[in-house]
Design a protein around this ligand. Structure first.
Ligand code: NDP
Length: 450
């Protein structure tokens, strides 16, 4: 990191010393921006400003469980940067949620949204509520209470949340219903909505599909493809399920899935029938991935108490798609992938690879796609949902998928070209950070750096 960036980074550390995830995300971006500031020193004030959220909202979320006991959770919305459009980014419901995690996600979102080419600023929010094991009625009461406060801070032209970990179609539905009642209006204030009330076809598929489109583009630069490739996928939620489906569409062979309890390794490949089982298991019955191994008689490994070292990345594969959560792959695990001959890694999740893992991929010449580029298909399609809501129109499945694919091809080209322009050919991390930054920086400067 160059000296001027280090001064800014030190300010971030001093201001919020207890936010390691946010520091990690900021450090990576500041490392990339050195060459930009050398050629455009006038952007220095932008960098100072971009690391500070425009606004943070924190609130109490009281809700009654089925026993009639009052529970109190914490709700947040981080409005990180609105220079190029309304704040946009998901809501996460997970017990680990805190300001550090949401600030890292909101910060990443600023660059990601810029890369899509659509007019969306960056934000993120959520709660430390754990939906696991809760009844449908409890989830509904929680979502309604959450929205009772959040509604006054969001709006179709102000801040448009979506889903993330623990927030899928069911939760978006409950929150949208409450917003509509409180605001007394029907607008596209949330994305990821159901098709009967303003949702977009392909939005559920978009993050996973987009990640695989990006991987396909990266592989093509080396004359390779997904055809016949063995693929490790982590997670078994929204992103993992549709990444797996697109891998199958493109002729690859997915062999792993996981949840927070463990992972399955199915050497015969996870085909469409098995994927349908996973979708029912995870989306309808809300069960554990172990049931897959019990049903299909494949290997199951329970998560080790050591974080990150559960062995999923020790499998012999050509391509890895981490699609679960942040820091789920460390340097040692990255080394195992390299030793097994893996040639490409595309992040479906946000920041799943630690800095050591990324360094290992770069040192060993693997193709590596950072989440802010490769998983941008989700928010891009949310942007398309906002457009359809404004137009009061629904586009067909083919039309949305085609736009998604075009956006992913463009993001790949833009990140690859930018990395080359700044002397870091093949480094998609630098390419994504710089390309995402330049558009936001121009807008912030033009608006007087408010
Ligand atoms: P889901 O809640 O649908 O699925 C998350 C999956 O990851 C589950 O299998 C979950 O297992 C697992 N997981 C979550 N936390 C942990 C943990 N601490 N340790 C181990 N496993 C864990 O979420 P999504 O699929 O929507 O999101 C996955 C990732 O993709 C996140 O990083 C998210 O930020 C990112 N992302 C999502 C987008 C979207 O459109 N949904 C858009 C862009 C990025 P379990 O059920 O046991 O908790």
């Amino acid at each position: 990191m160059n000296e001027s960036m280090r001064v800014i980074y030190q300010t971030v550390l001093n201001r919020d010393p207890n936010q390691p995830e946010f520091h990690q995300a900021v450090e990576e971006v500041l490392e990339s921006l050195g060459p930009v500031i050398e050629s455009r020193p006038e952007y220095m004030p932008v960098v100072k400003s971009i690391v500070e959220p425009e606004r943070i909202i924190q609130f109490r979320v009281p809700w009654y469980d089925d026993e009639g006991t009052l529970n109190v959770n914490r709700g947040f919305r981080i409005q990180m940067n609105g220079a190029i459009g309304p704040f946009k980014g998901g809501l996460r419901f997970h017990p680990s949620v805190n300001q550090s995690i949401l600030k890292f996600l909101a910060f990443e979102q600023v660059f990601k949204n810029s890369l899509t080419g659509l007019p969306m600023g960056g934000g993120k929010g959520g709660s430390d509520f754990d939906p696991k094991g809760k009844s449908d009625a409890e989830v509904r009461r929680f979502c309604q209470s959450f929205m009772m406060e959040l509604w006054r801070h969001i709006g179709a032209d102000l801040d448009v949340p979506a889903g993330d970990i623990g927030v899928g179609g069911r939760e978006i539905g409950y929150m949208f219903g409450m917003y509509r009642k409180l605001a007394n209006e029907f607008t596209g204030v949330l994305t990821g909505k159901g098709m009967s009330y303003g949702g977009s076809l392909i939005r559920p598929e978009a993050t996973g599909y987009g990640t695989v489109y990006f991987a396909r583009e990266m592989l093509a630069t080396k004359g390779k493809s997904l055809e016949g490739a063995k693929v490790a996928i982590s997670g078994s939620g929204n992103v993992a399920q549709f990444a797996l489906e697109k891998v199958l569409d493109l002729g690859g062979k997915p062999v792993t899935l996981s949840d927070s309890s463990g992972f399955i390794y199915d050497s015969s490949g996870i085909d469409r029938e098995k994927l349908a089982f996973v979708m029912d298991l995870k989306n309808e019955r809300r069960g554990r991935i172990k049931e897959y191994a019990d049903t299909y008689g494949c290997e199951y490994t329970a998560s080790s108490p050591e974080p990150n070292l559960n062995g999923l990345w020790g499998v012999d594969v050509d391509i890895a798609l981490p699609c679960a959560t942040q820091n789920e792959m460390n340097g040692e695990e990255a080394k195992m992938l390299v030793e097994n001959g893996c040639i490409a890694v595309a992040e479906g999740a946000n920041m799943p690879c630690t800095p050591e893992a990324i360094e290992c991929f770069h040192e060993n010449g693997l193709l590596f796609a950072p989440g802010k580029a490769s998983n941008a298909g989700g928010v891009a399609t949310s942007g398309l949902e906002m457009s359809q809501n404004s137009l009061r129109l629904n586009w067909s499945r083919e039309e949305v998928d085609q736009r998604l694919e075009e956006i992913m091809v463009n993001i790949h080209k833009n990140t690859a070209d930018t990395a080359k322009e700044f002397g870091m050919e093949g480094n998609y991390v630098a390419g994504a950070n710089i390309a995402g930054f330049l558009k936001v920086a121009e807008a912030m400067e033009a608006q007087g750096l408010l």
